[in-house]
Design a protein around this ligand. Structure first.
Ligand code: MN
Length: 365
């Protein structure tokens, strides 16, 4: 069948009348067999993910590495990411195996791989790793985002019902093709992705299946408090100050229905903070009483702004982000857009449009 025990149980639960979304890798039967047939013959595999790796991305890459190394003991598996790992993730078991392209070049000679796998987003955002990926004999795309990838992957396994990419990998790992033993190291990688992408089972992508999987993983006895706190909540003191600065700069508009703040490169430098310290600030901003939408203007580089958006749901911020730029998008309640603008230009450009949107929603209700 290719569905593990818990998914099978959920299948029964779904048939019994609950409206639970069901994540089942059974529908990827052919893709999984094809993947297995390539891996069986392969000598070297490359695993990568888009830049600015987060908890789901790293959890996925490490869980996948474990899954492949267990199933194919002679296979050389290399995990290469364009950017160095943010310090918050250094506690993850196996994290030392994740290399930057320069570290990889120092340690190993050949950058030729038989199979390349990209997880939690497309290869177009994987920076310098893309050229290695392009040379792979077979390429695999493993994702849980409902996006259309332009790249001509040999195999695509995309399950938008999976709350996190690690949830998809977990279910793959339990099929007859892979049969990965779930020990506490493997479990915490899967768990980190799960809590990261669901915001500790708060976001709307949280499903009964995701919670059942969380419970299943806890049985292996890893320190889930530590995984949650170190992997998501803890900040360096520099990061703490950056958060405090950004929150104290917050302003409201539309009668308090919009809250917004800014985070420039100068702000980052002043506090000696790093890019990863920006993580989670938008969510904190959003947890303000009476707010409909929160916006954070992040200066990524000169004249290049990331607009992060959170909504209670009345304003579809994915739609709004797309209205700002063709490359904008995301989910109804959480979205983003990158703008080629100066931050002083971007703020009125976005706020005027957003205020109109909030007004429209208020008038309609
Ligand atoms: Mn993800």
């Amino acid at each position: 069948m290719g569905i593990n025990e818990s998914a099978r149980w959920l299948h029964h639960a779904a048939e019994g009348g609950t409206n639970a979304a069901m994540i089942s890798v059974g529908k990827f039967r052919r893709e999984l067999q094809e993947l297995h047939s390539h891996l069986e013959k392969a000598k070297r595999v490359l695993i990568t993910a888009p830049g600015q790796a987060d908890g789901d991305s790293l959890g996925s890459q490490l869980a996948l590495r474990t899954m492949l190394s267990h199933r194919y003991p002679n296979l050389v598996v290399r995990v290469i990411n364009d950017e160095p790992i943010p310090p918050r993730y250094t506690f993850l078991p196996g994290i030392e195996t994740v290399l930057t392209p320069e570290r990889f070049a120092q340690l190993y000679e050949s950058d030729v791989f038989d199979v390349g796998v990209v997880v939690d987003g497309g290869i177009d955002r994987a920076g310098r790793v893309r050229s290695m990926f392009d040379k792979c004999g077979h390429t695999v795309f493993l994702d849980h985002h409902a996006v259309s990838a332009d790249y001509n992957y040999s195999i695509r396994i995309v399950e938008p019902l999976a709350s996190s990419n690690t949830e998809l990998i977990y279910h793959m790992s339990q099929t007859p093709e892979f049969k990965t033993p779930v020990d506490s190291d493997f479990a915490q990688c899967v768990y980190l992705g799960l809590v990261f992408d669901t915001g500790f089972f708060r976001h709307s992508n949280t499903t009964p299946e995701a919670m059942v999987l969380g419970a299943e993983l806890l049985k292996t006895g890893f320190d889930f408090t530590r995984v949650g706190e170190r992997g998501m909540l803890e900040r360096s003191v520099q990061g703490l100050h950056l958060l405090a600065d950004t929150l104290s700069r917050a302003q409201q508009s539309s009668n308090g229905r919009i809250i917004w703040s800014t985070l420039t490169m100068e702000h980052l430098k002043r506090r000696e903070a790093i890019a990863d310290d920006r993580e989670g600030i938008i969510d904190q901003l959003f947890l303000t009483e009476g707010i409909e939408v929160a916006v954070l203007f992040i200066e990524l580089s000169e004249n290049f702004i990331k607009v992060s958006l959170r909504s209670q749901g009345a304003v579809d911020v994915a739609h709004f982000a797309r209205s700002l730029t063709v490359k904008g998008g995301g989910h109804i309640k959480a979205a983003g857009a990158n703008l080629d603008m100066d931050i002083r230009e971007a703020i009125p450009y976005v706020l005027e449009r957003l205020e109109a949107e909030v007004q429209k929603v208020a008038a309609a209700s």
